[in-house]
Design a protein around this ligand. Structure first.
Ligand code: SF4
Length: 423
């Protein structure tokens, strides 16, 4: 089924290590660790896991001298593991001091996140902001000016509220607060440029926790500047609430061509994997047709025609298998991420959906004969029966990959994300 491509709004291109953000580059997926950065091994391990899951940039907290001292070591451990994902340092309150007192940390990081609401007040705040920009210039690093609803510069809010009160027709308080977020980001960016940071070293974000506010703020931000924008619903929450909120907000903005890099700020379930936020971010981009990361499984929801869980188990095992295999396939073949697989529960929609996918299987519904026809590129090739359907279907998928995707030449290393094709 053809659909029109999303037209991305033009933005300045910024390079973060090897990764390009904006200027027509594919929308970049990023994430953040929740380990104590002082624990260099534990942090490096989680960065590695996030990168393996597909995070193209990983942010780490740099909040103390002890944490800043460990950053070069984290970089070294990752390099030793063959993981070149750029690290972003998240600075608040004392970033000026940490970046100047720990030059190896400043050098090891690929970008600095600066929150204008947390750099200090008045003259002192201006000086501390200037110190961070001076370090960025010295090491030729980009910065993200990351404004956040929860730490918005209250002096700025008061100033805008006062100005608003003097208007003949004052705007609503919520609108003024949204304006304060935008002004904070834009004024800080202009100040960074006045201090000598090049225009193409600045990424902006204005994160809020309400979907409609986020959409309104970013639409306005995109209208007023050409800095690449980092999207994310802050404090999105846990489980389906966090996923749905982030998807709703990001999908609307991405559809309008807004957003050059995204993060899905999920609170992990206790004991749950941190990497889930990366999977969700990738799935948002892939389901919207913006990028391809891993073969997608189309599965029907099941209904009264499927009284057993066989088809749910098969859909899950195939989805897991594809995700697990993808890092291996990516090394060996080109284009596997665009493969489509269908796992359907019965004859009603099964054969139709299966024929549309590269590989599809239509399982028997209740009362149907215990046979599962398999379709490859629209043609029925085999009918599986018995207890081994999952394993046999997996072999068919492996065979399809080997026969249909070009092998990479030696030296044709995947993973230079700046070269990933936007779809
Ligand atoms: S394909 Fe069959 S089992 Fe699946 S939802 Fe449709 S009718 Fe139900």
């Amino acid at each position: 089924m053809s659909h029109s491509a999303i037209l991305r709004l033009p933005t300045q291109r910024v390079h973060v290590g090897d990764i390009a953000i904006g200027g027509g580059a594919p929308v970049v997926v990023q994430s953040m660790t929740n380990t104590d950065t002082v624990d260099a091994e534990g942090t490096a391990r989680q960065v590695y896991e996030l990168a393996q899951a597909g995070s193209e940039l990983v942010r780490i907290t740099v909040n103390t001298s002890e944490a800043a001292a460990q950053v070069p070591r984290i970089r070294k451990i990752l390099d030793g593991m063959g993981c070149d994902v750029p690290l972003i340092g998240d600075f608040h309150y004392n970033g000026h001091r940490l970046l100047t007192e720990f030059p190896d940390c400043a050098q090891a990081l690929a970008k600095y996140r600066i929150n204008p609401g947390n750099v200090g007040k008045n003259r002192k705040g201006e000086d501390q902001f200037a110190m961070m920009i001076a370090v960025a210039r010295q090491y030729d690093k980009p910065v993200r000016i990351g404004v956040n609803w929860g730490s918005l510069d209250q002096d700025l809010v008061v100033r805008l509220m006062d100005e608003n009160a003097r208007l003949a027709q004052p705007r609503e308080a919520g609108e003024v607060t949204r304006e304060a977020l935008i002004v904070s980001a834009l004024e800080s960016a202009r100040r960074a440029e006045d201090l000598g940071l090049p225009h193409d070293r600045i990424v902006l974000s204005c994160k809020v926790s309400e979907v409609q506010d986020l959409i309104a703020v970013y639409q306005e931000l995109a209208r007023r500047c050409d800095y690449p924008l980092h999207l994310g619903l802050t404090e999105a929450g846990m489980g389906s609430k966090g996923i749905v909120g982030s998807t709703a907000a990001l999908a609307v903005l991405l559809q309008q061509g807004i957003g050059d890099t995204i993060r899905v700020s999920l609170t992990p379930e206790p004991g749950g994997p941190r990497t889930q936020e990366v999977v969700v971010a990738q799935e948002i981009l892939q389901t919207m047709g913006l990028r391809s990361f891993t073969p997608m499984v189309t599965a029907c929801p099941g209904c009264g025609r499927t009284t057993s869980t066989v088809f749910q188990e098969l859909a899950q095992s195939i989805q897991n298998y594809l995700r697990m295999q993808m890092p291996v396939w990516r090394e060996q073949y080109t284009g596997v991420e665009e493969m489509t697989v269908a796992v359907m529960g019965c004859i009603v929609n099964g054969p139709g959906e299966s024929k549309l996918a590269n590989i599809g299987i239509s399982l028997p519904g209740t009362g149907e004969s215990p046979a599962a026809p398999v379709y490859v590129d629209g043609e029925k090739t085999v009918t599986l029966r018995g207890d081994n359907i999952a394993a046999e279907f997996q072999l068919i998928v492996d065979d399809y990959v080997a026969k249909n995707y070009a092998r990479r030449e030696a030296g044709d290393k995947p993973g230079k994300r700046i070269e990933i094709k936007a779809v």
